[in-house]
Write a protein that binds this ligand. Structure first.
Ligand code: FAD
Length: 395
């Protein structure tokens, strides 16, 4: 029998020469976040996931120290970095866990973004510096128990009472909800949908953590109850009217997901490759069997294509030219391929793959949430379908 040759292994990133597409600043951000995740997240995240307990406040302060919170925003203590650098940070965070990336995404791309883009100068100066440092945590309340994909039908009401606003309603599935100091809440008014900056200490505001999740367990997810929450007139975001306000923030957060999910995919792929090179059956490593190699090759193709798509969208965004429908291309493709990669990697790990000793099943379970939030795959398919045909098929 001819000797079988072992060639020097390349990582998926090396095969695609991803480094050649990044500038020095982007590589520096990537390596800072990767090191943080390796030292402060990966050693603990399986426990956080198993127990459903996340040290969100401590993590937020640490993320603030390395300048990750609202890092793509300008001024008010934010780092003002490029969209691509922010995307790469999301990718590294999600290589740790989608829940950890969600904490940062919701803080920076949803809560801070809403205040930065639509807030008054007073709202910006009051909240953004402490949110950038991680002293204050934010959440973003759009979804309701009966209105998910179709948020335009929301029932949360904001009514005028003299100069004040009084908010009543329920928001559901709100990331960071129970640990938040401030909630950006979207509500119906006589003038259509408006956003409100709600300190969570306000009388009538309650957050109840959802503890029955089988996915994104290293993330705080809550129901928000607003029972006659009285706010001054200055609490309304002056720059957002109608659904375009929250949708603008969602497009920002989706952009981070386009990169982020490829981090989860990479972590699964690297775990599976490592496992396949060492685990032996039938007298040879799993990675020496053609069927395993075909799986690894196909997954590496989808991973590399996903990263290239993310970088392309990052370059478009940095040039001020990315459209929400293009972000939909990335969210649909990359979330779908990441979960496929995670599930396929699980097969390579056999029974070990179902345990929390390895990160693969945790990533796969997390990606179920990522497939659903920030617009389900179906919603993004409909956005792309409308762009291609001119017909909207949402209703
Ligand atoms: P539904 O809208 O009820 O949809 C159910 C299914 O029907 C989906 O497959 C959907 O694609 C499909 N469907 C719906 N309409 C159509 C149609 N017209 N054509 C074809 N198919 C259709 N929300 C926030 O506001 N803030 C947060 O911080 C936040 N964090 C979240 C964290 C987690 C872990 C999760 C799971 C969700 C979070 N969400 C958050 C909510 C999330 O955005 C919603 O779950 C999502 O928009 C889908 O809404 P839904 O779950 O009500 O599903």
């Amino acid at each position: 029998m001819k000797p079988r040759h072992k060639t020097a292994p390349d990582s998926p990133d090396q095969l695609f020469d991803i480094d050649s597409l990044l500038n020095d600043e982007e590589k520096a951000v990537r390596s800072t976040v990767r090191q943080f995740v390796d030292e402060k997240v990966k050693p603990h995240v399986a426990d956080w996931y198993d127990t459903g307990q996340l040290p969100a406040r401590e993590l937020a302060r640490q993320f603030g120290e390395i300048g990750l919170l609202g890092m793509h925003l300008e001024g008010y203590g934010c780092a003002g970095m490029s969209a691509t650098a922010y995307g790469l940070a999301c990718l590294e965070l999600e290589a740790g866990d989608s829940g950890i990336r969600s904490l940062v995404s919701v803080q920076g791309s949803l809560a801070m973004q809403a205040i930065h883009a639509y807030g008054s100068e007073d709202q910006r100066t009051q909240w953004l510096p402490t949110m950038a440092s991680g002293e204050a945590i934010g959440c973003f309340g759009l979804t309701e128990p009966d209105h998910g994909s179709d948020p335009g039908g929301m029932r949360t009401l904001a009514k005028r009472d003299g100069e004040d606003w009084v908010l009543s309603g329920t928001k559901m599935w709100i990331t960071n909800g129970s640990v938040a100091d401030v909630a950006v809440v979207w509500a119906q008014t006589e003038d259509g949908i408006r956003g409100f900056v709600v300190p969570t200490s306000t009388t009538g505001f309650t957050a109840n953590e959802i503890t029955t999740k089988m996915s994104l367990r290293a993330s705080v997810t809550s129901e928000l109850v607003l029972d006659g929450v009285r706010l001054p007139s200055s609490a309304m975001l002056p720059g957002a009217q109608g659904l375009s306000g929250p949708l603008g923030c969602l497009s920002e957060a989706r952009f981070g997901i386009v990169f982020g999910v490829m981090g989860a995919a990479r972590d699964c792929l690297e775990t599976a490759i490592d496992y396949a090179r060492t685990r032996e059956q039938f007298g040879r490593p799993l990675g020496a069997f053609q069927l395993t190699q075909a799986k690894l090759a196909d997954m590496t193709l989808e991973y590399g294509k996903g990263v290239l798509l993310a970088l392309h969208l990052g370059r478009l965004k940095d040039a001020g030219r990315v459209a929400p429908k293009q972000v939909s291309l990335g969210k649909l493709n990359n979330a779908r391929e990441a979960i496929r990669i995670a599930r396929q990697c699980r097969t390579i790990l056999g029974a070990n793959g179902i345990t929390s000793e390895y990160p693969v099943m945790r990533h796969a379970n997390n990606l179920e949430s990522v497939l659903t939030y920030e617009g389900t795959s179906e919603m993004h398919a409909l956005v792309i379908g409308q762009a291609l045909t001119g017909h909207q098929a949402f209703r």
